[in-house]
Design a protein around this ligand. Sequence first.
Ligand code: G3H
Length: 540
Amino acid sequence: MATIDNSFFPTENEIPNEYKLKNEIHQKSYLVGGEIKNHDGPMQEVLSPVCIRDNKGEVKQKVIGSYPLMSKEQSLEFLNASDKAYDNGRGYWPTSSVEKRIGHMEKFLKNMIPARENVINSLMWEIGKSYPDSAREFDRTVDYIKDTISALKDLDRISSRPVIEQGIFGQIRRAPLGVTLCMGPYNYPLNETFTTLIPALIMGNTVVVKPAKYGVLLHEPLLKAYQESFPPGVINMIYGEGRQIIGPIMESGKVDALAFIGSSKVANMLEKQHPKPNRLRCVEGLDAKNPAIILNDANLETTVQECITGSLSYNGQRCTALKLLFVQREIADDFISKFSEAVDNLKCGMPWTSNVAITPLPEAGKTKYLDDLVKDAQINGAKIVNPKGGKINYTFFSPTVLYPVNDKMRIFREEQFGPVVPIIAFDDVSEPLKYVEASNYGQQVSIFGEDPKVISKLIDPLVNQVCRVNLNCQCQRGPDTFPFAGRKDSAKGTLSVSDALRVFSIRTLVAAKYNEQNKELLEKILDGDNSEFLSTHFIL
Ligand code: G3H
């Protein structure tokens, strides 16, 4: 593999002032049981994917801070704090009214806004996300919290109305599940962690959060906001090697809900560690290998543009990214030449470079992994078709288009989660359909074309294989009010603003025979405002 020259990475002086790392964060503090404590054990050094060139021209990943590496024994302190706050459903948090919990969440929202610039700066330096995408991640998360609050108000308004059926009075509400373990992914370390954390909290669960492997320090400016906004033990932040600290938590059997966004392999391992599988509810966002099916009559301009953003936004590090492009043979050459040209026109650089599209990669060993995938494809007959493709520079991998790809290659099956775009030419639509059917994944697909008959014939079988069929546009999660789900190894449960409130809760009810004696009792409870659950209080 050719290497591009070291001047790709900046010297310290070349970094614009407004984007310089605000502070190295050597985070010793952690939040457990409502207290911010100081860790005095081993620490994990955090390296940025961004490298710095020194005055001798040598290039090294920048050290941006460190975080606590907690032990197996320490991990139980976090679980116990969460368990104590839940207190078998008797704690303040699970027994609070929805209105009170919303009040705490609104306080958190107010407290998190001032951390915006620090969080964005951390996202850029920790995971190499561009400034506009980092800002979008923060703002989208704020909107997600606001939308969640308003969806919960709607849900609670419906639940405030008891029913009488077949002579039985009932009040049905959604109650929390219990102690919840939340683990987010590195590609959206704030947003995707919060898309499970926020609904879990607001529904009355108590939570242990383990940040992703990369994108840990960005939570540090939020620690105080968590502490000041929620009662003790409701949210606890644990740090360290997943293998060390998560095993004991799962093996305790005390976790009621697992929210995990990551690989299906790790999800399976975590689930197996739990000794009481029927107690554990799982909400998981896992692997995906979303294909694009590009038909003969596709509008090439739109298709190229959508396939560029679909396959290469944030370097292809999105679970929803297009990870395999099937192109009908008659237009394959034309598409490949336009697509490759567009790929080579993408701006490569640092997260602050204006209009940057491709940036350095945070995962250790990632460029080697991608290089191995490319070499394996070349051995099996593919070529790098874009002149600027296949170049490595430390943590940077230039966007690479591979063609023709076939089923002997690892890239045909493996989720590359990086800037490598494999292309396959097909003659008949049954070929991409068979790929989707045989795949272990079932998240989304994109179809590009204009013939309503051909597209309809694809939609009907595909909706039964994946959970979203996109027409003439890339695959994506948003808008966050749409259901986000997957089949096979791609997900468990459905997330969206309103679905997430449901997956982190269970319907439970109070029922009574509608006779004179019970009517009197119910009236006294309701009029006396004695219960938070059995109540007709309407949130205004
Ligand atoms: O990594 C997976 C994310 O849920 C994708 O979200 O489609 O909005 O980038 P997105």
